[in-house]
Design a protein around this ligand. Structure first.
Ligand SMILES: [Zn+2]
Length: 407
């Protein structure tokens, strides 16, 4: 008998679970009994594994914060399986230390878990619109996805949104870009031009972002009164097309697919008409005082906040290889540009020296002309891009203090 008890204990130690009994064809409960018996006889020491107790209220509060059972488990240092047992009230197998401490959720608590009375980062969100699918069903996945899009934008949004303004939907897309930009930058342009569009009951906020969808402290708006048409197209990529009263059209490409159907459904319900703006098309706002910024003027007319300006971008682009890109916070492009430009410069100077020292004749001049032209085009391209990037109105000092306290 002693041998048998020791054998069971060894198996239990080795495998770390009461299920070790399967090896010798006994149940978990029998293994537990044998371990308790052996422990009483002083053959070995057996302590049932202590499951940490987590209060039901804590779990529900954590769920509201994280919206994921996996993350709730992690936050409380327990396994997902154990969490499942706690929440569902399924009696755990023998050996579980708190089998009588399981929670059974009340109907109200269940509805909290299901309907996500979630933390909305202090933003006014119309949950009936924002957290529902395109056919208006409340959906957990949609809720999580919307909150994920808005989480990083929340501080900026809290500052920009008016007290009676309500968020209807947030969408990730790419800002409007010229064909020349697309042509000369290549596919990476879609990462550089990323943005979040926030549809509210008053307007569309256009928030240019970095590649990882983190905010750039840049805000533009489209008021509904300026639009003659807003439609989506799924042909050749998912695009939101806006037509303004001035006749100008803008396309937001690469609308991310989870929101596409919802966006399509939302567009027909958006307010029509309303007060137009002075410029009748999309325009940038000062992220500090919300005043409309004037085209080609890189100082806020109201609070004097300074933005990266076009003239400086040109000057820096002319003086330094890749300068315009570095100035507008595109270091990777800047580095690539600096290498290309540096190389062209070496070739150009080399060819020029050859000609001047008389080593080469007329074909030497041809080389000088070719490399010179290439260098010129390269510079012109940098300037073109830098000018476009400054049109996003990026504050020079990113740590500016908000003028208006969030309402
Ligand atoms: Zn301002």
């Amino acid at each position: 008998m002693v041998e048998r008890l020791k054998h069971v204990h060894k198996l239990y130690e080795d495998l770390g679970t009461l299920a070790a009994g399967r090896v010798i064809g006994v149940t978990r409960e029998r293994v537990r009994q044998l371990l308790v018996k052996g422990s009483h006889l002083g053959l070995f020491e057996y302590k049932p594994f202590e499951y940490p107790f987590v209060a039901k209220e804590t779990l529900i509060a954590d769920y509201r914060k994280h919206l994921s059972l996996g993350r709730v488990a992690k936050a409380n240092g327990i396994t997902s399986g154990y969490l499942g047992k706690l929440l569902n009230g399924i009696p755990c197998n023998s050996g579980c230390a708190i089998s009588d401490g399981l929670f059974v959720l009340t109907e109200k608590e269940k509805s909290v878990m299901d309907n996500a009375q979630v933390d909305t980062f202090g933003l006014r969100i119309n949950q009936d619109v924002c957290f529902t699918t395109h056919n208006n069903k409340l959906h957990m996945g949609t809720t999580k996805r919307q909150l994920k899009i808005m989480r990083d934008m929340a501080p900026l949004l809290r500052q920009v949104l008016k007290p009676d303004e309500e968020i209807l939907l947030a969408v990730r897309a790419a800002s409007p870009m010229s064909w020349f930009e697309q042509l000369t930058t290549g596919w990476i342009i879609y990462l550089l031009k990323r943005c979040v569009l926030v549809f509210t009951n008053k307007r569309i906020l256009h928030l240019p972002t970095k590649m990882n969808f983190k905010p750039k402290s840049s805000v533009a708006q489209v008021v509904y009164g300026d639009l003659t048409e807003a439609k989506v197209s799924g042909f050749m990529g998912r695009v939101l097309k806006l037509t303004y009263k001035t006749g100008k059209k803008e396309s937001f490409n690469y609308v991310e697919s989870p929101e596409f159907k919802k966006l399509k459904a939302l567009l027909s319900t958006l307010p029509k008409g309303g007060q137009p703006s002075e410029v009748s098309e999309r325009h940038h706002l000062c992220p500090r005082c919300q005043v409309r910024l004037v085209k080609e003027k890189f100082t806020c007319p109201s609070c004097q906040l300074q933005f990266k300006d076009g003239e400086r971008a040109i000057r820096i682009s002319v003086l330094y290889p890749g300068g315009g890109y570095f100035y507008t916070d595109h270091p990777v492009l800047g580095l690539g540009d600096a290498v290309t430009e540096g190389l062209l410069l070496i070739l150009f100077v080399g060819a020029l020296i050859d000609v001047l020292t008389g080593e080469k004749g007329s074909e030497g001049w041809a080389l000088v002309a070719i490399f010179g032209a290439a260098l010129f085009i390269e510079k012109a391209q940098t300037i073109y891009h830098a000018k476009h990037y400054v049109s996003e109105y990026i504050p020079v000092d990113k740590k500016f203090l908000p003028l208006t306290a969030p309402a």
